[in-house]
Design a protein around this ligand. Structure first.
Ligand code: ZN
Length: 385
């Protein structure tokens, strides 16, 4: 009898307690704050959803002097990983100029910008020195937003060839003056002196302000503190050439991010943006492996920022290529992951074919082997111009 009583008491305790225990487990006490919601993963546009569409926006990224050697060295120095590995289609272009198998940046960029082969030194002009309309100018004419970002001066050969028309690349003041003939929505790069310390004493920065631009320079505003508004935006990063990344320049990834955000939705027709990693080339000219890999890493960070934008947007074609290779750079015996032994065959450009990486809508057209001028043709076709 006593046993039976104890047994029933025990079972009452056990079974009586069980539901309470379960309740305690499933419902947190009211004093415990609920756990924060898990951060929502960014929603990327699936490949199938974007690949057969026409792009609304095109971002052309030019790693100046970036051949396969530079890309490989950058990758092995970056934990065997680059953002370039995420691109959908890869091709090769033939980069020679009209007057020389070994191109310079001016002739090569004019091929991308205008779809023509021209002579070394030409900025947006043909072999007869006649101006040829650039894709940036076509885009402007069709009502798209346009932009240029570089780690050289903004009047240097690559950006200049998209916006200016001059017989020689060294005509920096004339190239700066050509910016006044456009309505380019955004430009970020060095070379402030070509705008406001000119031999003709004109102050083109004031003229830009008169045209309705928001103009800022490195002297009074950090790029990170820039608050872009409705106006067209000009930001000058240095008086002359920007520093190498190893000596403190760090604006390209941020500038690329700002440019994507600024351009997005600026025109309902879309945008054309050219972003240049200019100093991979300067590392090649200097036969300096460290210079090449640090600039390559910086450029890849910028590519990553652009890819993040394109993945979310789903309507943006991103093309990454180079104008030419510089230095005849090769990775030598004795190199390891994280340690490059580079060697050079030249302190100038070389004639090797150049890889093209394409992501997003319209990217399929960039597979295969073609002339550098075809990059212009393919971009024009992608835009439907
Ligand atoms: Zn060069």
């Amino acid at each position: 009898m006593k046993h039976l009583f104890l047994l029933s008491l025990l079972s009452l305790l056990v079974f009586g307690c069980t539901p309470t225990a379960q309740t305690t487990l499933s419902t947190p006490a009211p004093t415990t704050p609920p756990p924060p919601p898990a951060p929502t993963a960014p929603t990327y546009t699936p490949f199938e959803q974007m690949i057969n569409k026409k792009p609304k926006n095109i971002i052309l990224m030019v790693g100046d002097g970036m051949g396969l050697g530079q890309i490989s060295a950058g990758m092995y120095m970056n934990g065997n990983k680059l953002s370039l590995e995420e691109f959908h289609y890869i091709g090769l272009h033939k980069c020679y100029a009209a007057d020389d198998l070994i191109t310079d940046s001016a002739a090569a960029a004019t091929s991308f910008a205008c779809g023509i082969k021209t002579y070394n030194g030409a900025i947006g002009v043909d072999v007869n020195k006649k101006p040829v309309k650039t894709i940036l100018e076509y885009a402007e004419e069709k009502g798209l937003a346009t932009g240029l970002v570089t780690t050289s001066t903004i009047v240097h050969a690559t950006p200049a060839s998209f916006i200016a028309h001059q017989e020689q690349r060294k005509m920096y003041e004339e190239i700066a003056a050509d910016f006044m003939n456009t309505e380019v929505d955004l430009f970020i790069g060095g070379g402030k002196n070509y705008f406001d310390k000119r031999t003709d004493n004109q102050n083109l920065l004031d003229q830009l302000r008169d045209k309705g631009y928001q103009v800022n320079t490195f002297l009074e505003t950090e790029l990170a503190d820039l608050s872009p508004g409705e106006k067209n935006l000009a930001y000058l990063t240095s008086n002359t050439d920007p520093l190498p990344v190893a000596r403190g320049r760090n604006y390209l990834p941020l500038a690329s991010e700002i440019a994507c955000e600024f351009m997005d939705g600026r025109s309902d027709k879309g945008f054309f943006l050219m972003i240049e990693g200019a100093q991979i080339d300067w590392g090649g000219h200097a036969n300096d492996t460290d210079y090449i890999v640090t600039e390559m890493a910086d450029f890849d960070k910028a590519i990553n920022k652009v890819l993040e934008y394109a993945k979310m947007d789903g309507e943006t074609l991103v093309i990454v290529t180079a104008d030419h290779e510089t230095g005849g750079f090769a990775i030598q015996k004795g190199s390891e992951m994280g340690k490059m032994e580079g060697a050079f065959t030249s302190d100038y450009h070389t004639g090797t074919m150049i890889p093209v990486f394409a992501y997003g809508p319209g990217s399929k057209a960039f597979k295969g082997i073609y002339e550098n001028t075809a990059i212009f043709d393919k971009m024009m076709e992608a835009f439907g111009f």
